[in-house]
Design a protein around this ligand. Structure first.
Ligand code: UDX
Ligand code: ADP
Length: 460
């Protein structure tokens, strides 16, 4: 069997690498219009940092896993085409800042329609608004005279940083299709048979297409809601003297609630949560369900507030001004074990501190200087001032350099290496009083205080 994936990003690359690794009998091609990205996939330094990914790619690349820019060739030769292109939030026109921008998906569907010489199974991998499969189907059948294209929804549930583990041993695989007709059923079974090569059959769920599309949005909305819930409680803890980690532990012991996704933080980031919730909100409004829309929108608002609250606390504690003060920022990716910075809370917090005229010295073990600079470059209409603030942004090559001469230490990503730093040494190199703000609750507060830091964490 030959399959391909259009889009070699954080989802397409690792997912297809795992399929190729687990299914040596299937030829897997991953194609992208971005030739630099493809060159990186073919090099020793993959464009995506993900623990365990290098190993999987090395085992399959050149055997039955191929990365190229030959989008048309891959479409023509493949029986199954996964679509894993970007679906950012629209920044213009109708549904701006809420609806998904589907132009990349549509371009991809049109390409398939133009190039395909026989009916294909087209699989939505990117997270898409409910009923996108219908639009893809209309484009395919309207443009290509051959009937019989099958559109399946197969949302990806991997989380970055643990993608390989999630792909190898997923809680479930979800496949949505039209099993009411024979061809639909056959397409679903074909996709099931790929995953069944390494995943127990009872973990491969099949539903109708719309349930599958909506399940992805709902899963992300529920996960993000848990974070906003605990973050809202972190503010109550700070006001009352309770400790949010103790509260999370206590409630997580209730088996109905469970312990996961209750880590209070500076706010959630990543390419999915905000985008998917806004997508859900837009959908609800569209279908005349404003109460439901407002309910979910609050999850995003709470997250924005949490980020704002954190940067305001820093300014307040530093005698109400950070102007011309050096602040050491530890961590820029949206979570540990990834080089992805999309929607990273670090971006909003750094921007807010730059607005206050702080000087930032930023260190992240996996994010490049270029990525950090790009993340903080001015966003039209949001912040014009950061353009002139470029000289205020230093990228440090190690955490000690970042902290040297700083007034405060600000932890924004929970990288393991930050737990093990020599905080005595850091303290000695900083200005007095030396402040520490732990936005991820990973540092030992009493140890920091013993060293001499004036130390703050979330929800304590
Ligand atoms: C998420 C979903 O988990 C995954 O199933 C889906 O396929 C894509 O979106 P991802 O965004 O990669 O995955 O990472 P995730 O582990 O969910 O973390 C998202 C954000 O929430 C990160 O910024 C993380 O730091 C934050 N987070 C997570 C918390 O602040 N507290 C928690 O308890 C958990
Ligand atoms: P995700 O996190 O969902 O994987 P990314 O932005 O990391 O998203 O990756 C999406 C990829 O899809 C990008 O590398 C982009 O170049 C690619 N892409 C977008 N549109 C097309 C297209 N029409 N044909 C081929 N590749 C595309």
């Amino acid at each position: 069997m030959k399959i391909c994936c259009v889009g070699a990003g954080y989802v397409g690359g690792p997912t297809m690498a795992m399929i190729a690794y687990k299914c040596p009998g299937i030829e897997v091609r991953v194609v992208d219009v971005d030739s630099d990205r493809i060159a990186a996939w073919n090099s020793e330094t993959l464009p995506v940092f993900e623990p365990g990914l290098d190993d999987v790619v090395l085992k399959a690349r050149g055997r039955n896993l191929f990365f190229s820019t030959d989008v048309d060739g891959a479409i023509r030769d493949s029986e199954i085409i996964f679509v894993s292109v970007n679906t950012p939030t629209k920044t213009y026109g109708m549904g701006a800042n809420r609806a998904a921008d589907l132009r990349f998906v549509e371009a991809c569907a049109r390409r398939i329609a133009e190039v395909a010489q026989d009916p294909k199974i087209v699989v939505e991998k990117s997270t898409l608004p409910v009923r996108t499969a219908e639009s893809i189907s209309r484009i395919l059948h309207g443009t290509n005279s051959r009937n019989g294209f099958q559109i399946l929804s197969n949302p990806e549930f991997l989380a970055e940083g643990t993608a390989i583990k999630n792909l190898e041993d997923p809680d479930r695989v979800l496949i949505g299709g039209e099993s009411s007709d024979a061809e639909g059923k056959e397409a679903v079974e074909k996709l099931v048979s790929i995953y069944a090569q390494w995943i127990p059959r009872d973990r491969i769920l099949t539903t109708n297409t719309w349930s599958s599309e909506l399940s992805k949005l709902t899963a992300n909305a529920f996960l993000a809601q848990r974070i906003s819930s605990i973050n809202s409680i972190s503010a109550v803890c700070e006001a009352t003297g309770a400790d949010v980690d103790e509260v999370a532990y206590a409630i997580g012991k209730d088996s109905r609630i469970g312990p996961k996704f209750l880590q209070a933080s500076v706010g959630f980031g990543g390419s999915c949560f905000k985008k998917d919730i806004l997508n859900l909100v837009y959908l609800c409004d569209y279908f005349g369900l404003p109460e439901v829309a407002q309910y979910w929108e609050q999850v995003v608002r709470m997250n924005d507030w949490q980020k704002r609250r954190f940067s305001e606390r820093i300014v307040k504690v530093l005698f109400n001004t950070v102007a011309d003060k050096k602040l050491a920022i530890l961590g820029f990716s949206f979570k540990k074990d990834t080089n992805d910075t999309r929607e990273s809370p670090a971006i909003d917090i750094c921007r807010a501190l730059l607005e206050e005229k702080a000087g930032l010295s930023i260190y992240d073990p996996r994010v490049t200087k270029e990525q950090i600079k790009a993340g903080l470059s001015p966003v039209k209409g949001v912040s014009e001032s950061t353009a002139q603030d470029d000289h205020r942004i230093q990228v440090a090559s190690d955490p000690y350099q970042a902290a040297d001469g700083a007034h405060a230490l600000v932890v924004l990503t929970e990288w393991d290496e930050f737990v093990r730093l020599d905080y005595d040494r850091i303290y000695q190199s900083m200005k007095r009083p030396a402040f520490a703000f732990d936005g991820r609750n990973i540092l030992n507060q009493s140890e920091l205080r013993q060293i001499g830091f004036e130390s703050y964490a979330i929800g304590r």
